[in-house]
Design a protein around this ligand. Structure first.
Ligand SMILES: Cc1ncc(COP(=O)(O)O)c(C=O)c1O
Length: 439
């Protein structure tokens, strides 16, 4: 009897697990972008554990390495291109070895403080000079007369900038806008603490209130790669320029950006998203001080280990650019430009073989950094489903391609954002699978 109850329990547990898998498949539509990533991982663990893995569909581009690849059946693998995880840069940095390796002893970096004379007192001097040098080498931003504020990714700096720019004594939170399609994290980051200081007010092109506002100008833009300027253009407006992609592998550099608040990040410039280092170039001392205060209250500074690692990487890039003609070794921006150009050629070829999809076109311009003439090579493909397909994200999901649908960017569901920054394996699968889709 006891054994029977025990076995029955087992049957119930197995049945429950199977039903969970089923429920998950049905309820996928309900998920938010923010929890998709972890829920995919959990679901993998629940439904496709261990050896069973081999007999089921497999998700590529999920966690730490390409080691899972041998288990993959290529025609049934789920390709996850929802996130802009910059793993395509891994191979370049693997070759660098000692040149970009940082060794730290346990006694180093103990203090909270880096440079108490600086407004941003937790900014490492080495990182400050590496940032300034790289902008000079590339010619993509003015650093003279700017304060540098370091953040745990540019995401933290975005929030610090909102805190610094929002009036603290106003009766209403200030409106925050950006022209659609806008980066999907802006509405989430603006409103997730339900701050009394600022509130997300949507598409800048539709903003018609006679009220103060902060406008996010992302150029090149995430998700569609377009070059942008502010659109509201009214007296009471304050601008934040998010220049995460203003680097020569994504866009021709035309002149040094010269705005009041400019945000940059290693996540997209060098591909070191996991180091979580971003920086703001800020003209106004008081704004820089308030941003620093936000980070002080939020995380009491920014990891020194990460700053030192980022400084080493930025310096290595500047060194290689300075000696580009003397050494045979390819510079980081040469490597990343060629890879992006190749990927865009391949995805355009794949899309041209079918009537079902289209991609935006870009004007060619000459890059002042490389001297090359080219059109934008965005980190994301803003793919449109042509014809009757109204939910492009759902349509591609049926073909096991995970992307982020237009609604997350304040745009039509006929569009999806597809990461171009994945490892080679996932990208190749994408370009094989897209032209093979018939319905
Ligand atoms: C436009 C834009 N800004 C900011 C970020 C966030 O960068 P970080 O990883 O430095 O927080 C991203 C990341 O995808 C982005 O696309």
């Amino acid at each position: 009897m006891g054994d029977f109850v025990f076995n029955l329990k087992h049957v119930l547990v197995v049945s429950l697990a199977m039903n969970m898998c089923l429920i998950w498949k049905i309820s996928y539509d309900e998920e938010t972008v923010a929890n998709k990533w972890s829920s995919w991982e959990q679901k993998l663990g629940l439904c496709f554990n261990g050896e069973k893995h081999k007999d089921h569909d497999t998700i590529l581009a999920t966690t730490s390495s390409a080691a899972a690849a041998p288990f993959v059946r290529e025609n049934t693998a789920v390709i996850n291109l929802d996130h802009g995880d910059p793993t395509m840069y891994e191979n370049f940095w693997k070759q660098k070895g000692k040149e970009t390796t940082v060794v730290t002893s346990s006694w180093q970096h103990i203090s909270y403080f880096s440079d108490i004379k600086n407004i941003c007192w937790f900014l490492e001097r080495g990182l400050m000079s590496a940032i300034t040098r790289l902008h000079k080498v590339v010619g993509n931003a003015v650093t003279e007369g700017r304060h540098i504020v370091v953040g745990t990714g540019s995401s933290q700096l975005y929030q610090a900038a909102l805190y610094a720019l929002s009036p603290h004594n106003a009766s209403e939170p200030i409106n925050v806008v950006s022209a659609a399609p806008f980066y999907s994290s802006y509405p989430l980051m603006t409103d997730y603490l339900k701050s009394g200081l600022h509130k997300w007010a949507g598409d800048a092109k539709e903003f018609n209130k006679q009220e103060p506002y902060i406008e996010l100008v992302t150029s090149p833009n995430n998700p569609d790669g377009s070059t942008r300027q502010d659109v509201v253009k009214r007296d009471k407006g304050i601008l934040i320029h998010d220049l995460a992609y203003y680097w020569p592998q994504y866009t021709p550099i035309l002149s040094p950006a010269d705005y009041d608040i400019m945000l940059f990040t290693v996540s997209k410039s060098t591909g070191h998203a996991g180091s979580r280092i971003g920086w703001a170039l800020v003209k106004d001392r008081e704004i820089a001080r308030k941003m620093t205060t936000f980070i002080e209250i939020n995380t009491i500074g920014v990891s020194k280990d990460s700053q030192i690692r980022a400084a080493k990487i930025l310096e290595a890039i500047s060194d290689s650019c300075d000696h580009a003609n003397e050494k045979d070794a390819e510079t980081f921006f040469d490597y990343s430009y060629k890879l992006m150009a190749e990927r865009w050629k391949e995805i355009r070829e794949a899309v041209s073989k079918t009537e079902l999809f289209s991609l935006p076109d870009f004007q060619q311009e000459t890059c002042s950094f490389s001297g090359r003439t080219f059109g934008q090579l965005p980190a994301f493909a803003w793919l449109k489903c042509e014809g009757d397909v109204d939910d492009c994200e759902g349509f591609l999901r049926k073909h096991k391609i995970l992307t982020r649908g237009g609604k997350h960017f304040g745009a039509s569901m006929k569009y999806v954002r597809v990461s171009m920054l994945s490892r080679e394996k996932e990208f190749k699968l994408l370009t094989q699978r897209l032209p093979a889709i018939v319905s």
